[in-house]
Structures are given as C-alpha cells and as structure tokens.
Ligand binder design. Structure first.
Ligand code: PLP
Length: 473
C-alpha cells in the first residue's frame, strides 16, 4: 500500500511538485510557497466500510478514520495509544457527547469537554502528543511560538505541558485578554511553558511571532514550529467527530446536516473533508458572527476584506479565514498556480471574486448565515427557553443560524458546540440574568498562582529571552 502524500495548495502543476509524508507536513506547518498542505486525494470510504464503523468507541473510531492520513508515520499500535492518551483527560466518556434537543430534530455535539473547555482541545491534545512522539524518536526537540487573543493559547499550552521534546512560548497582549483566559494560560506552572505578556496589541504579538519565523538563523537555532489551524493534523483530528455524530444519527443509511460556528474555516473544512471521504453529509451550514467574510462570499461570490469587529464570540473575530484556501484549491480544480495568483492579488487588493460557475459549486457545497451580537444574546436566551441548554456565544451563533435555515426536516441537523458557556460568563449573564455554573476545571482558577514575564513590544527583547531560556541538550 502506498500511503497518502500531501501537496501545497499553491504548487505548480508539474509532476515534480513536492509530495510530503504526514510526518513532514506535521513538522513543516506552512508550505514554503506560502500555501497550505492538503492530501493529494481524499481517502474514500464505501457505505459498507462506513457501516462497519458503527458502535466503535470514540478513540477506536478516531484511530480508524485517521489511519489513512497518518500513513507510515505511526503504526496502528502507536496511533491507537496516542489517541487514547489524548482523550483520556476529557471529562465525558464518549469524548464529544451528542445531545438531542427538543426542537426541530436538532442535536448538539459538545466539543468542549477537554482541559480548556473549547473545541480546539480535540485537535491540539492529539497534535501535541504526535509532535512529541516524532521528535522523541529522532532525538530532537522543538519550540513552539504562538500569539493568542484567547482560546488558542490555553489549548496549545495544555497540549504541550509535560511533553518532553517541546517547549512553548505563548505571547498575549498585556491587559487585553479576559482574566479567565489569562489565568488558563498563566497558572500552568510547567518548566517548558513560557507565557509572555507583551506591552502591545494582539497584532503586535502576531508580528513578533512572525518575525521570529522570518529570522531563519533564529528559527533553525530554536527549531521553531507552529500549532495554529493551518497544520493539517488539526483538520484530520476534527474529521473524526463528524463521523462520530453522523454514525450515531443513522449514517450511512441516513444523511445528516451540520451547522458550524466558524471563523478561520478550520472546523467546517473538516466537515467538507468528511463528506469528500464518503460520509453522507447533506448540508454544511457556515455560521458567522458580524465578521462575516465567509457568509458574504457564499452570498456574492466575492471575498472582501474589512476590518475586524470585536464581538461576543471573539474566537470567530477574524478578517480573513486562513483555511478557506484549502477549499478554494478544490474550487480552482486543484490548479495551484491559478490559486496562487488569485491569493496574491487578494492580499494586495483586499478583494477576490470567483466565476458564476464556481459560485454555483460553492453554494452546492455550503450554505451560510450570520448573527450579530444582539442576535447572539437573544439566541442564548431562546435556546435556554426552548431547550433548557445554556449555550456559549459561539454555539449560540450556530444554534440561531441552524434554526433560521433549517431546511429539510427529515434530515437531522447537528450544531457544533465549540465552547463551554462558563468561558463566557458575561454574555450568558446578559442573556439569561444568571451566570453559568462553574465547572470543576475552572474552580479555583482565581486563586492559583500565576507565572508570566512581561516584555516590551520589541523583537530584540523577545529573542534575548528565548535565547536565554534553558538551552537544548
Ligand atoms: C476557534 C474557535 C471557533 C472558530 O473555529 P474555526 O476553526 O476558526 O472555524 C469557534 N468557537 C470557538 C469557541 C473557538 O475557540
């Protein structure tokens, strides 16, 4: 069996294009030509093969669905062990519980039972262990640098703490992340975790992280790597829960629809991948907050950059959806050169448009809706009234869009619940008059000791700190 290879979305069409293994893709992150890695083709599952997955535990299902993507990088026993370890710390027996709601054959897929109470744990808990295993077996170490305005930082830190071959340096804008979010990062007192508060904005933090990558000598000296949503391993880990939910609801005999609150298009792209692999997904609904570049694209066929508007669902406050390029690659019939030209012109002019034929295809693949902050508060209150569930503001965007665009009622619709409501107590209090109950994982957070360094917005200071931090063996 020759295993799956990965190509860049901006590859030339020559057959000599780079074809990478899963291991190479994991370690590289972004492709050298500026593109994102995607599988050369999607592993195809027949109806019979999908039916045979029914009844598996979440971890056994995960190992089976991911095996073709991982190829020879991990043998079956190692993959199985990494998956079991990644999900052992989730506080729900089936990792991502599926709840039926008493309206409209709607279901809630709770992706927030990991250590930081948001869906990013599902992919990052596995990614941290996979990276650590790859490095350890070749006697190497690597350092992760990242910038965060909230959820990603704590999920990455929890994924890397206690991993022997990895260190993490996480930059956050001083005084500009919520107290819960800061404490979720700074109360992790592991020797390989370095929290750095930068005297600046989130954009300053991102620029500093990028500057570290762009200094090639520095990058090589520290063997820098990134764990942001452009790493294909994150997409791969997210495909599993679409299979899990669809199988529970009667796939492959019965189709299922999904509604996904999305910002960077990472989560919903995994649903697109699951469909491409043969899972009968009828509709994929994009749910945007006021930062609605994706919804505007599905409406008009044009991507148009605007500024970022801060909302009650901050993890979806983005200007451009980075993972959307992976879908555009298919929409451009995998012509990497044409896509590279379109993306460069998009960066330069802030706008790009596709042809009417391409727009028709995109509309056949996705539907989209949006919800502003006033609607989000209403949706939290409505969901509480209609279903008894307290939703976080991101999930509430999904819930409202799913209700509004319900469509064929014979097909169940699954709303992806991406965060625990306790992470966003202010929005919940505003909607329901009462703060959400505090789960055990957050209890005591306010009294745990914090550790972080504060640095000016200065690349020299950051590099000196990183050069001085415990050097590699
Ligand atoms: C990151 C995040 C999202 C958006 O996920 P994408 O992969 O960017 O689509 C939605 N909700 C929460 C709570 C998140 O943390």
């Amino acid at each position: 069996m020759t295993s799956l290879r990965y190509i860049s979305t901006r590859q030339g069409s020559r057959p000599s294009s780079e074809r990478l293994t899963f291991e190479e893709v994991m370690l590289a992150g972004l492709a050298r030509d500026g593109g994102l890695y995607v599988p050369e083709s999607w592993p195809a599952w027949s109806r019979t093969e999908i039916a045979a997955l029914r009844g598996l535990s979440y971890t056994d299902l995960a190992a089976r669905v991911m095996a073709p993507f991982v190829g020879e990088t991990f043998d079956a026993a190692t993959l199985g062990r990494l998956v079991r370890e990644a999900y052992a710390g989730f506080d729900a027996p089936d990792v991502v519980p599926l709840k039926a709601l008493p309206v409209d054959d709607l279901h809630l897929l709770e992706l927030f039972h990991g250590p930081t109470l948001a869906f990013k744990d599902v992919a990052l808990q596995l990614l941290g262990r996979m990276l650590d295993a790859l490095l350890t077996r070749s006697g190497r170490r690597a350092r992760i640098i990242g910038a965060t305005s909230g959820d990603t930082g704590s999920a990455a830190i929890e994924a890397v703490r206690d991993r022997a071959a990895l260190d993490i340096f996480m930059l956050h804008p001083r005084g500009r992340v919520s107290e819960v979010q800061r404490r979720q990062m700074t109360t992790v007192l592991a020797p390989n975790v370095h929290n750095i508060a930068i005297e600046g904005t989130f954009d300053d933090c991102q620029d500093l992280a990028k500057a570290c990558f762009n200094d090639l000598a520095f990058r090589d000296r520290h063997r820098l790597t990134a764990v942001n949503s452009i790493n294909f391993a994150r997409v791969m880990a997210q495909i599993v829960y679409y299979f899990h939910a669809a199988l529970r609801l009667g796939a492959p005999e019965r189709p299922v629809s999904f509604c996904v609150p999305t910002g960077n298009f990472g989560n919903i792209y995994a649903g697109y991948a699951a469909r491409a692999m043969g899972l009968p997904i009828e509709r994929l609904l994009i749910a945007s907050n006021s930062n609605d570049i994706l919804t505007r694209f599905i409406e008009s066929g044009a991507q148009q950059m605007t500024g970022v508007t801060p909302t009650l669902s901050p993890s979806m406050d983005i200007q451009v959806s980075s993972n959307f390029e992976r879908y555009l690659f298919d929409l451009f019939d995998r012509d990497g050169k044409a896509l590279a030209a379109a993306m460069e012109s998009f960066r330069a002019t802030g706008a790009m448009a596709v042809s009417p034929a391409q727009l028709a295809r995109a509309r056949a693949a996705f539907d989209a809706g949006r919800l502003d902050d006033a609607g989000t508060v209403d949706a939290i209150a409505a969901a509480k009234r209609e279903t008894g569930e307290t939703l976080d503001p991101h999930t509430a965007v999904g819930y409202a869009v799913a209700r509004h665009k319900r469509g064929d009622r014979a097909v169940p619709m699954v709303v992806l619940a991406t965060a625990h409501p306790a992470k966003f107590p202010d929005a919940v209090r505003q909607a329901t008059g009462a703060p959400p109950p505090v789960p055990a994982r957050l209890a005591g957070l306010a009294s745990r000791p914090e550790h972080y360094e504060t640095l000016p917005n200065d690349i020299g200071a950051l590099k000196r700190l990183m050069d001085g931090a415990a050097v590699f063996a």
